[in-house]
Design a protein around this ligand. Structure first.
Ligand code: 13P
Ligand code: SF4
Length: 330
C-alpha cells in the first residue's frame, strides 16, 4: 500500500493525561487479552505502555511467541502484517492505518517477479520493510539485525538479489565483496536525509563520542569510506540495527554516543542508560509514519477493535516460508 506522508499533529499530553490513558489502556489490554508491541521509533509515552519494545526482528519474534489473543501493534503496517503472518490465529490491530513506510513503498510484487525473471538463478533476499505480497515472492526475509547472517547462509556460488534498501544492500556488499549481490534502488526518506556532513559536525562537537549508525542511513557508506581514508576514527563507528545500537549503548564503556537514526530510539537509550549521554546526529530525523500511533489511537484500537490487519491465506503461506527461513537462521 502506498501512503502519503502523514502530517503530524503535535499534541502535548500532560503527565496526568498520560497516566490516565496508560491506566485505561492497561485495563483494556487485560480485558481483551492483548499484548502491546512497540517499535524503538514509537513516541516515548507509547513505548512506556508497551509489553515489549524492540527492533523489527525482536517484534517478529515476540509476535510469533505470544499467547495473547490480540496483538496491538505500535509500529508500521508492514510490521503488523508480519505479525499477522506469524500469528494468523491472533487478531492483529494497527491503531492508525496511516502508518505506512516510504521504503516498503519502493517495490511491488510485480517488480520482484520482473527482477527475478532477469536473474532466474539468483536467490531473492528481502528486507522485512516490504509488503506481504513482496515477501511472498522472496526466498529469504531479513532485517537490519540479521541481513549479513542471512547472506552468509546462502551458498557462496549463488548470486543474490537484495531488496529494497539500497544503503543496507550496499553495506552488505562492502562487508562481503566476494559475493555477487544485485541491489534494489529503494531508500527510506528519513535515513537518506542523515548525511555524513551532519554526523561529522556532531563528532567535532563531541570528539569523545562513539557513533551509532543505522545501515539504512545515506551517510553509512561515506562514513566508512572516510574511515578507510583515515578521516574518521574507525574505533568509534558502529553500523548496526536499532537493537544493536541499544546493546552497544549498554555494553561499550563510552559515556557519549551520537545516534544516527530516527530520534524515537533516544528515549529507550536514555531510560536504559541514564548515566550516559545520547545525542541525535540529526534531530529532524523523524518518521511521521511511526508517529501516527498515539496513546489515544492505541486506546481506541483496543476499545473499538480497530484496525485489524489480515493477510490472504495464499500470500501468507508463501511470505511465511521466507520469514521462517530468516527466523531459523538468526
Ligand atoms: P530495525 O529493524 O533496525 O528496527 O529498523 C526498522 C526500520 O524501519 C528502520 O527504519
Ligand atoms: Fe519506513 Fe523509514 Fe519510517 Fe523505518 S524510518 S518505518 S524505513 S519510513
Amino acid at each position: 500500500m502506498t501512503l502519503a506522508l502523514p502530517v503530524l499533529e503535535e499534541g502535548t499530553l500532560c503527565t496526568e493525561m498520560v497516566e490516565e490513558l496508560h491506566a485505561e489502556i492497561r485495563s483494556l489490554a487485560r480485558v481483551r487479552d492483548a499484548v502491546i508491541l512497540a517499535h524503538n521509533y514509537q513516541r516515548p509515552e507509547v513505548q512506556d505502555i508497551a509489553d515489549f519494545v524492540g527492533d523489527s526482528l525482536g517484534l517478529s519474534r515476540e509476535a510469533a511467541a505470544t499467547d495473547a489473543d490480540v496483538i496491538a501493534f505500535c509500529g508500521v503496517h508492514f510490521m503488523a502484517e508480519t505479525a499477522a503472518i506469524l500469528s494468523p490465529q491472533k487478531r492483529v490491530l494497527l491503531p492508525d492505518l496511516r502508518a505506512g513506510c516510504s521504503l516498503a513503498d519502493t517495490i511491488t510484487a510485480d517488480d520482484v517477479r520482473r527482477w527475478r525473471s532477469e536473474f532466474p538463478d539468483h536467490v531473492a533476499v528481502g528486507y522485512v520493510n516490504t509488503t506481504a505480497e513482496v515477501k511472498a515472492e522472496l526466498d529469504y526475509c531479513c532485517t537490519s539485525g540479521n541481513a549479513l547472517a542471512i547472506v552468509d547462509a546462502i551458498p557462496e556460488n549463488k548470486g543474490i538479489l537484495f531488496l529494497p534498501d539500497f544503503f543496507l544492500g550496499a553495506h552488505i556488499r562492502r562487508l562481503r565483496p566476494q559475493r555477487e549481490i544485485e541491489v534494489w534502488m529503494g531508500e527510506c526518506h528519513v535515513h537518506k536525509g542523515i548525511n555524513a556532513g551532519t554526523v561529522n559536525a556532531r563528532r567535532e562537537e563531541y570528539p569523545e563520542a562513539e557513533v551509532l549508525v543505522h545501515p539504512e542511513c545515506g551517510c553509512a557508506g561515506q562514513l566508512l569510506y572516510e574511515t578507510g581514508l583515515g578521516d574518521v576514527d574507525p574505533a568509534g563507528l558502529h553500523i548496526t540495527s536499532t537493537e544493536g545500537m541499544i546493546r552497544l549503548a549498554l555494553s561499550r564503556p563510552t559515556n557519549t554516543f551520537i545516534v544516527a537514526t530516527e530520534v524515537g530510539i533516544l528515549h529507550r537509550m536514555r531510560q536504559m542508560a541514564p548515566e550516559k549521554e545520547f545525542i541525535a546526529a540529526d534531530p529532524t530525523a523523524v518518521c511521521n509514519y511511526m508517529k501516527t500511533i498515539t496513546l489515544e489511537g492505541l486506546r481506541d484500537s483496543l476499545l473499538l477493535d480497530q484496525h485489524a490487519v489480515t493477510v490472504p491465506d495464499d500470500i501468507r503461506d508463501r511470505a511465511r516460508a521466507a520469514i521462517d527461513r530468516m527466523i531459523s537462521i538468526g
